[in-house]
Write a new protein. Structure first.
Length: 130
């Protein structure tokens, strides 16, 4: 079982490597101080939310196209339960490309409810507009 604190539990070498990426990015893509602050805040909040193991977003919060590819708490919890799966940080398509997505993810996701009690469902077929 994960908690918000799990997001901050990693090896010191991993922490140093993750901390060094931001100065490298800023050298390549100049960013305003507030843009860096907003980016780091979003990263921290997303990590904390994904380690709650509770889906907090309403069904289709990000739409069908983006929502299907965003990592949520269920997807990330499979990374901790089954350590060989779901390594993506923000998007699920990396796990699909690398064939590291948990085979039981979609089944568990469809059985989950978000905090407002809505059932989730992964729609793998395109919706008809008519």
């Amino acid at each position: 079982m994960t908690s918000v604190w799990t997001a901050f539990s990693f090896h010191p070498v991993e922490g140093i490597l993750e901390a060094l990426i931001m100065p490298v990015i800023v050298m390549v893509i100049p960013m305003h101080y507030y843009a860096i602050l907003i980016h780091l805040t979003i990263m921290t909040l997303t990590a904390a939310i994904n380690h709650l193991d509770i889906e907090i977003y309403p069904k289709n919060a990000f739409g069908d196209i983006l929502g299907k590819h965003m990592i949520g708490a269920t997807h990330h919890s499979h990374h901790h339960k089954f350590y060989r799966y779901n390594f993506g940080l923000y998007f699920t398509f990396w796990d699909k490309v690398a064939k590291t997505e948990s085979p039981g993810f979609e089944r568990e996701f469809e059985g989950r409810e978000n905090i407002s009690g809505e059932k989730y469902q992964i729609n793998t077929e395109p919706e008809s507009r008519f």
